[in-house]
Ligand binder design. Structure first.
Ligand SMILES: Nc1ncnc2c1ncn2[C@@H]1O[C@H](COP(=O)(O)OP(=O)(O)OP(=O)(O)O)[C@@H](O)[C@H]1O
Ligand SMILES: [Mg+2]
Length: 438
């Protein structure tokens, strides 16, 4: 394979000569320019896969060269170098899509290294994941469990039926609730989400049913409740598993009678709302253990949707990744691309945080992936950075093992000494070491 032709832009003749010679010795064909206008002229005639440019050259800078090179060929890797780097120039270089940034004086090796990395990038597009046409939808997933969800959704959405959505965190419960509303005859009316977990139990009743002035301390005016303000629309009761038993009864009455009686009022008003509820708890289990009223559960459970965790529909991962990649590339004006190795890593991960975690990971990768290339390494690094440190929640046993290791290291492996320091019998230490497999 012939090596690509490089362009070097540097006004200092000595430095220019050194760089060119060094690159030629590595076998590259190199063109050199000593001014920005000469560089622009060359870029106008030819497109270079790799450009190495000084920043402070003449009346224009390497940042202008960067812009021209990327305009000519968006895949061009531009390596900037300067002896006077500032946060502003680094920011501008990053924003302009620079491949790398070298502070002068640099070792020629580090420059060659940057060129080699850029070259690898140009030589390796075949291992990149092909982008397919994305379906026109917000709800991504074509796996069997998702298609089952769509089937139920399409039947239930147009009705007034109460729906209970269950699923682990990040599986898309709120998204589904919004879609139910959007596909219902109520779509033009309000969709009002209420996070039952974040509202103090004592305030939940007035929040939902409203209250009259003076109904309780602090009620300085009449308040319209959520159910009334969402009249003809949909109320989304999120985290329904968190409401207290006493309030569960009031909610049950509402679902049976469809009337609200604001706190402090004697009159009940009929309201027309559809209720969609969600929880990441196992409500049935809560019913069995007496923490959730069975009659309320039956009321909510007219139609039950259980969203599958991502690890049970791994086949949807490639499409989800592409969906979020496109979204964040657009939002952050990036051109992040996914390598096969990166996708494989994503497909194998366990995803305890489900789609939300995947979404956040892709967002992070789009912003931070080195050279906008998402490969195995980049995915691993990002996952590691996102995961709560395993030893932040270490067990007592882990802490003990760690302490034993430290003391043993300090005594040079002398177990009698170590046992003494640890304040335990030698026998006990041996048993512990056995368990630790040391
Ligand atoms: N199938 C999907 N396709 C595209 N985006 C999805 C999908 N499922 C979830 N998301 C996105 O993932 C994020 C989390 O989804 P959502 O808020 O609906 O989760 P949740 O089940 O309500 O989680 P929690 O229990 O933590 O509240 C949202 O940004 C949502 O748009
Ligand atoms: Mg939610």
């Amino acid at each position: 394979m012939t090596q690509p032709r490089l362009l070097v832009v540097e006004d200092d003749p000595g430095v220019r000569e050194t760089i060119v010679t060094c690159l030629e010795m590595e076998g590259y064909a190199v063109d050199a320019a000593s001014s920005t206008s000469e560089a622009m002229e060359r870029l106008g005639r030819e497109s270079y896969p790799i450009v190495i440019t000084d920043i402070y050259i003449d009346d224009r800078t390497g940042l202008d060269v960067l812009e021209a090179a990327r305009k000519r060929d968006p895949a061009c890797s531009v390596i900037l170098m300067t002896a006077r780097g500032t946060m502003e120039t680094v920011m501008a270089a990053t924003k302009g899509g620079a491949f790398d940034y070298l502070a002068k004086p640099f070792e020629l090796d580090s420059m060659i290294d940057a060129v080699k990395r850029a070259e690898a990038l140009h030589a390796a597009p075949q291992d990149e994941v092909e982008t397919e046409e994305l379906p026109e939808t917000e709800m991504i997933g074509s796996s069997a469990p998702m298609v089952e969800i769509y089937k139920t959704l399409s039947q239930v959405a147009p009705t007034d039926a109460t729906v209970l959505i269950e699923g682990e965190t990040g599986t898309g419960k709120e998204l589904v609730a919004r879609l139910i509303h959007r596909w219902s005859p109520r779509a033009q009316q309000a969709f009002v989400p209420v996070d039952c977990a974040s509202i103090a139990p004592t305030l939940l009743e007035s929040e939902l049913f409203g209250s009259l002035k003076g109904a309780f301390t602090g009620a300085d005016r009449d308040r319209v409740g959520v159910f009334e303000s969402a009249h003809r629309g949909t109320v989304f009761l999120d985290e329904i598993g968190e409401i207290e038993l006493s309030f569960q009864l009031k909610l049950l009455r509402f679902l049976q009678e469809r009337e609200v009686r604001p706190l402090g009022s004697a009159r009940a008003k009929p309201v027309d709302v559809r209720v969609v509820a969600a929880t990441n708890r196992d409500l049935k289990k809560m019913v069995d253990s007496g923490k959730f009223r069975e009659d309320l559960w039956f009321r909510l459970n007219v139609v039950r949707l259980v969203l599958p965790p991502l690890r049970e529909r791994r086949g949807d991962i490639p499409l989800l990744v592409q969906f979020f990649l496109q979204k964040y590339n657009q939002r952050y004006e990036r051109g992040a691309r996914l390598a096969e190795s990166g996708l494989r890593e994503l497909e194998e991960y366990a995803w305890p945080g489900n789609v939300r975690q995947l979404q956040h990971l892709i967002e992070r990768l789009v912003i931070l992936a080195p050279h906008e290339r998402i490969d195995r390494e980049a995915v691993r690094d990002a996952l590691e950075a996102m995961e709560p440190r395993a030893h932040a929640v270490e067990t007592l046993e882990d802490a003990e093992a760690e302490q034993i290791r430290k003391v043993l290291a300090a005594t040079g492996g002398n177990k009698s000494r170590a046992a003494q320091i640890l304040g335990i019998e030698r026998k006990t230490l041996y048993r512990k070491l056995e368990r630790m497999k040391l």
